[in-house]
Design a protein. Sequence first.
Length: 185
Amino acid sequence: MTKRFSFPADKYVLIGKVTKAHGIKGEVKMLSFSDQPENIRQYRQLTLVSPAGELSPPCSVVRARTGGKEAIIALEGITDRNHAEKLAGYGVLVLKESLPELDGDEFYLHELEGLRVVTEDGRIIGTVHSFFDNSAQDILVVLNKGEEFLIPLIPGMIVKRDATEIIIAPPPGLLDINTGAQDKG
């Protein structure tokens, strides 16, 4: 699961995590939490968050390039490998206001946090707590009274979404797998 960072979620979105230094000129490799790591090139500034929750001042992006799910970023003021190595494990944040506009049927995963999840037949599953990428698809972590449900965001899973609720069409057995009900019989 993606490591959680503490930051003002009303202002920022976590888009990735610095994995290591790259080269000798201060560049860092970032694992992107997006299916579109190339979007890193459109951001003029990033904010870094330490594992302890300390925010950096805004960092200007000098250059960025991508390869697979990783981006290689040069930040203003980070000019050598020693400084870049100290950033490994930091989260990479962008201001919500910097995110690109989406088409009407698209959404950002962070917009789902806190929404109630209900099946098409009206069964209340719980509330979206967080999400992560298992490298095959994004997974919603839904909590309900101590129970955790992992809901894969596969095509057709979300049939309706509004400001307070997500209606899902889970395949047969998915919710039983989450609760261990298949082991009880």
